[in-house]
Design a protein around this ligand. Structure first.
Ligand SMILES: [Zn+2]
Ligand SMILES: [Zn+2]
Length: 316
């Protein structure tokens, strides 16, 4: 059992206040807020159940962490996690149902049915998501005639609390000094814990901390305006349409990538990261108008077949 960094109830109250504010500021986002509220509440229930269970993330030795990071590998790409499937599988089906009722309709029901009928192995799917193996999940989806982006999303939402527990227990708080030094020297735009691109940058006292909305990780690049995708010098600027100076775009001429950067007074708690992502939708619109993009996840090296997102429909 892991000690939570914040009380979940306190965070949910903050989330609720933030959603009300978004609805007041941007009535066009009301449907998106309603969906996010339902998803976050179910995920909070899963997080509480995991905290109350005997499950714990693997306890990696500092030397193992240092060796993995020095090899420029994200920890979750290299180190498997035994998943508490009895907690995750009901959450997966509930999240499918929430998405089905919120516009995803038959596409979400189809995913639910295929997993319930064990034509797609839930453990393999969630392991592939945890290791960010997007191409495996896409291939499995196409083979089973499932919507690839929706399958990726529902798997990611389900296994997010596991990624967050792993990240928190492995890389935050009172970590070994060698691990801290290796983290400070990471130097990549992908999250050291899970290998995702950052969802947001947090600007505080001139530094920009990159934040991962999958595992909650935070890390820095050598210069605040460095492009996380290609590591070229980027430009931080306020979009002309924005009346909120604390919201900026980091854009890169070399790769046409962009990152939203928000001014903060403290790190954004994990639960609130997707809400800040939604609250800054105007920045995405502005970036798209400039033909800026967020690149797809970097591809991982091939893994042995038993680690892939397994389609069991053709099994004996
Ligand atoms: Zn991450
Ligand atoms: Zn770039």
């Amino acid at each position: 059992m892991n000690q939570p960094a914040f009380s979940l109830n306190v965070l949910l109250r903050r989330a609720d206040a933030r959603w009300r504010q978004i609805e007041a500021d941007r009535p066009d986002l009301t449907d998106a807020v309603t969906l996010q509220r339902a998803l976050v509440q179910r995920i909070a229930g899963l997080t509480a159940a995991i905290e109350d269970s005997d499950w714990a993330p693997p306890n990696l030795e500092p030397t193992t962490i240092v060796k993995t990071l020095r090899g420029s590998h994200a920890l979750l790409h290299e180190h498997p996690v035994a998943l508490p499937m009895s907690l995750l599988e009901p959450a997966f089906h509930d999240l499918c149902a929430i998405l089905a009722d919120s516009g995803a309709g038959d596409a979400a029901r189809h995913i639910h049915d295929v997993v319930r009928e064990q034509r797609l192995d839930a453990t393999s799917l969630l392991n592939a998501s945890l290791a960010r193996r997007q191409s495996n999940i896409r291939a499995g989806a196409v083979h089973l005639d499932l919507a690839p982006d929706l399958l990726w999303l529902v798997a990611e939402l389900t296994v997010g609390p596991i990624a967050q527990d792993f990240q928190r227990s492995t890389l935050t708080g009172d970590v070994d000094s060698a691990v801290r030094e290796t983290l400070d020297a990471w130097g990549l735009g992908t999250c050291p814990a899970c290998g995702s691109w950052p969802a947001l940058g947090e600007s505080l006292h001139g530094d920009v901390t990159l934040r991962c909305s999958f595992c909650g990780g935070g890390w820095n690049l050598p210069t605040p305006a460095c492009c996380p995708y290609c590591l070229s010098p980027g430009v931080l600027h306020n979009p002309a349409s924005s009346d909120q100076p604390e919201r900026q775009l980091l854009s890169c001429e070399a790769c046409c990538g962009y990152l939203k950067v928000v001014g903060v007074t403290e790190p954004i708690p994990f639960v609130l990261l997707p809400i800040e992502d939604l609250a800054t939708t105007a920045l995405d619109v502005d970036a798209m108008a400039r033909n800026l993009v967020r690149p797809p996840l970097p591809e991982m090296a091939a893994k042995p077949p038993d680690d892939e997102c397994q389609d069991t429909s053709t099994a004996d």
